[in-house]
Design a protein around this ligand. Structure first.
Ligand SMILES: [Zn+2]
Length: 387
């Protein structure tokens, strides 16, 4: 069968702006599964065809409205034409851009001719193309972004990773410029104001974790990164990632993330943090009803190491080892139930116990055990304090 797709564009007052333009003509079979419906290539041709006619018609309508003088309505004389290309997710669209003489009824200073179209095409790349390029290039490589877009869209065949990279950077610079100032404290109202607020939507939980990434250029070097994930009850999760040594506005970035989740000053925000100073500082002074909890993963990681030392001690000195292992279990229970005060007391007691073993016990890893236990007690002490 033969399929012909034609396009007709009609203006608001019924005038036909583009009539029966042939967008696509296909000879389709109906005896094989692969032939049923539009193929990817045919779908891309269809979108590209509609886009060409639609944009050309829109550009013509825009120019037509500016062909007469806005003051005396006389038609403006033509002064040749140039061309411009509009890049869209559905292909590049070449356009004629006519140049017109200004009307003699105005004696305004400046050039005697002008082109109307640049006032419409303030950018030669469609915002949605920039959006798709930036979105995918932030998830996969620039090269894969190009391949992916070309797979599903009739995008310009010349699109290459370098162009995507340039576009992404341009979008990033714009997004950065739109970001407000950094502040040490984002709580700028008082309790009386919070009482006036409507009830918040629900609790927001934000997990923030720090880590190190190897420098791509200097393989021996590492730099610290912070990543976070916000989990509000009724909205989509949002993510945060930043390089602290480089970022001038880390708190503002977290603040904007919370605002995008509908944060209100009367809302409970729970921060699950890894206990590092950088993460604690980042999450501090964000909301009056914020709670900061140590992420259990990081507590249990340290407890596991202490447990391994205790097992070693059991093999060396059964009685002392089992006593220490019981203390560890007790610390774990207190911390699990949120009693950091008791957990800290017992952690400090553990350090004292281990020091007491120094004289008589020949466990070879005792010094390392003491050091790890001391670090653990410091960790609990710091994170038990209100931020
Ligand atoms: Zn005029």
């Amino acid at each position: 069968m033969r399929v012909e797709v034609q396009l007709r564009v009609v203006s608001g007052d019924g005038e036909i702006l583009c009539d029966d333009a042939e967008v696509l003509a296909l000879d389709k079979r109906h005896d094989r599964l692969e032939a049923i419906g539009l193929s990817l290539a045919e779908g891309k041709d269809l979108l590209a065809g509609v886009q060409q006619y639609l944009i050309a018609t829109q550009a013509t309508a825009f120019v037509t409205e500016r062909r007469c003088c806005a003051h005396c309505a006389r038609p403006l004389r033509s002064k040749g034409r140039t061309s411009l290309t509009f890049r869209t997710p559905f292909g590049n669209v070449p356009l004629d851009s006519p140049r017109l003489h200004r009307c003699r009824c105005t004696d305004a200073a400046g050039p005697q001719t002008f082109s109307p179209l640049p006032a419409l095409f303030t950018s030669h790349t469609a915002p949605e193309l920039l959006y798709l390029e930036s979105k995918w290039a932030s998830l996969v490589s620039y090269g894969m972004t190009v391949d992916l877009l070309k797979d599903v869209l009739p995008i310009d065949a010349r699109l290459n990773p370098k162009t995507v990279r340039n576009h992404l950077h341009r979008v990033a610079v714009r997004a950065e410029a739109a970001l407000g100032d950094e502040r040490p404290n984002f709580i700028d109202s008082c309790q009386a104001d919070w009482r006036e607020l409507p009830p918040p939507e629900g609790e927001i939980v934000v997990g923030i974790d720090g880590g190190y990434v190897r420098d791509w250029a200097d393989k021996k070097d590492h730099f610290g990164v912070l990543v976070g994930k916000s989990l509000p009850r009724d909205r989509q999760d949002r993510y945060l990632g930043l390089v602290q040594s480089f970022d001038a506005k880390p708190k503002r970035r977290l603040w904007e993330l919370l605002c995008s989740q509908g944060l209100q000053m009367n809302q409970t925000v729970t921060f699950l943090i890894d206990g590092g100073d950088d993460v604690r500082n980042l999450a501090a002074e964000m909301a009056p009803y914020a709670e900061h909890h140590l992420d259990w993963f990081h507590v249990t990681m340290r407890l596991t190491v202490l447990g391994q030392f205790a097992t070693g001690l059991v093999n060396h000195d059964r009685n002392e080892g089992e006593r220490i292992a019981r203390d560890l279990l007790r610390i774990k229970r207190y911390l699990w139930h949120g009693n950091s005060r008791a957990g800290l007391l017992w952690a400090e007691g553990l350090v004292d116990e281990l020091y007491g073993l120094e004289e008589d016990c020949a466990y070879p890893k005792l010094k390392a055990f003491i050091k790890t236990a001391e670090e653990f007690a410091t960790y609990i002490r710091r994170n038990g304090e209100p931020t």
